[in-house]
Design a protein around this ligand. Structure first.
Ligand code: C2O
Ligand code: CU
Ligand code: CU
Length: 488
């Protein structure tokens, strides 16, 4: 009920801040005139959730326990990295040590945090040099499923395995028998089961990106998922792949979508029962185990025409059902404290995605930005401009918003390719797709555009700084599908 109190305070426009008492309860302190969700305040040590992560080399059994291990780069040497579970409204301090042989940073994907904690090298912080550390401090305002990954040499560092889940827990958890997380990663392995060389090839860059040949769940080729008839699973899906789009179907089951990109939506069954999960997207679902004891049901990814495969199977225990009727508990998650866009007074901006390979093997022109797909060159552009790489100092903002303004953003995909477009620092209320209203009150930080799609969305520019907006197919980002906007 504390959370409800907090929300109603927001509704009547009272400035508020979140803090944690020493006993660890969430309390709302009102009347702090200048406080906002994004200020880092000085806190008692006991109030802060202290964590450490080390980006380093390791080995993983991607293809299963037998066979040669694969050399990877991972947080704490594992793939995926440790799952960070933080509490909504409780300050966190995460010390990241760089045990790699090159610069890195960590980006807390989807978390609304102070710009200086966003992890973009050159733009929001100096890169972390080998052997050095950086302390990230933020208070997650939103509960949900998020993730973290490097924002330096992104294609190689993520492609070698650096990624982990970040779960911000609700104050009152959803009623479910189990909370299960699937971090999905796609790997391009060579014959000796090592990560294939050739990152950043011109073909990957100008086409669909580095799609691999092995998909793992939580770092290994999945065995069947053992389930019990009648149980209710909360399943958190996170696509941490470089480029692979996924569309998951749970045969014989009817998943209900609870949240997208960490943000609760109206619970709904997806169209055709298919969960479309582009790189960087997360979907939380509820899965009621309605199959018969002892039965087995495939989980199929059929995103790419003609390339469907069975990701894993739900394997029912022989025991009788846990309950005779599905659990009768509410599915809606409490909404996060997102500012509601004021569309009537919105500032309109448009972002046009251009470039890539067209029919007949020709590149669409992206202006005079160098040879397409060559290292450091551009194959893509946004509004005629190609920003390449991972982020760097001196990136001129594409547009500037005044703090507090509502931005009504149109994203227009003029290319022949799919692009999961990601915005740092904000969550977007998705209004329409190709002119049709988007139902279920969906907020996303990563919006997937099919070829020629036009998306309209809106957000309140309440968080000052220079923020990235880019395609999360890593090759596309590196090759020019990236821009920056400023909130003053
Ligand atoms: Cu998850 Cu700039 O990205
Ligand atoms: Cu991000
Ligand atoms: Cu793209």
């Amino acid at each position: 009920m504390l959370w409800r109190r907090l929300r109603s305070q927001r509704a009547i426009g009272v400035n508020f801040d979140l803090q944690i008492s020493r006993r660890g309860f969430l309390i709302a302190a009102t009347g702090v005139a200048s406080a906002s969700l994004f200020n880092t305040r000085s806190l008692l040590a006991s109030e802060v959730d202290e964590r450490e992560l080390r980006a380093t080399h390791g080995r993983a059994s991607l293809a299963g326990p037998e066979g040669p291990g694969t050399s990877i780069w991972g947080y704490d040497g594992t793939v995926p990295g440790p799952t960070l579970r933080l509490q909504q409204g409780r300050p966190a301090r995460i010390t990241v040590e760089n045990g790699l042989g090159e610069d890195t940073t960590v980006h807390w994907h989807g978390i609304r945090l102070p710009n200086a904690m966003d992890g973009v090298p050159g733009l929001t912080q100096p890169p972390i040099k080998p052997g050095e550390s950086f302390v990230y401090e933020f208070t997650p305002p939103d509960a949900g499923t998020f993730w973290y990954h490097p924002h330096a040499d992104s294609l190689v560092q993520m492609g070698r395995g650096l990624a982990g889940a970040l779960i911000v827990e609700e104050t009152e958890p959803l009623a479910a028998d189990r909370d299960v997380l699937w971090v999905l990663q796609d790997w391009r392995l060579s014959g000796d089961k090592q990560i294939a060389a050739g990152f950043g090839s011109a073909m990957d860059a100008a086409m669909s990106g580095r799609v691999g040949n092995l998909v793992t769940i939580n770092g290994t080729v999945p065995a069947d998922l053992g389930v019990r008839a009648g149980e209710r699973l909360r399943l958190r899906l996170a696509n941490a792949s470089l480029a692979r789009m996924m569309a998951l179907r749970f045969e014989g089951h009817r998943p209900v979508v609870l949240a997208i990109d960490g943000q609760p939506c109206d619970p709904h069954e997806p169209d055709d029962g298919r969960l479309v999960l582009a790189p960087a997207m997360r979907i939380d679902i509820v899965l009621d185990m309605q199959g018969d004891p002892g039965s087995r049901h495939a989980v199929i990814d059929d995103f790419y025409d003609g390339l469907a495969y069975t990701l894993t199977n739900l394997a029912y225990d022989k025991a009788l059902s846990l309950r005779s009727h599905p659990l009768d508990a509410p599915l809606a998650l409490p909404r996060n404290p997102l500012p509601e866009p004021a569309l009537a007074n919105a500032v309109r901006q448009e972002v046009v995605l251009q470039g890539g390979m067209m029919g007949g093997g020709k590149l669409a022109g992206v202006g005079m930005m160098g040879m397409p797909g060559m290292s450091g060159g551009a194959a893509w552009a946004i509004n005629g401009m190609s920003m390449t790489g991972d982020g760097h100092a001196g990136m001129a903002p594409q547009f500037t918003l005044e703090r507090g303004a509502t931005c009504h953003l149109t994203i227009r995909n003029e290319t022949a390719w799919w692009h999961p477009m990601h915005v740092h620092g904000f969550s977007l209320s998705v209004l329409s797709r190709n002119g049709a209203p988007v139902p279920h009150r969906q907020w996303q930080d990563t919006v997937l555009l099919a070829p020629k799609d036009v998306i309209e969305c809106a957000f309140v520019a309440d968080n000052p700084g220079d923020w990235m907006l880019h395609c999360h197919v890593a090759d596309h980002q590196m090759a020019g599908l990236m821009t920056v906007f400023r909130v003053t």
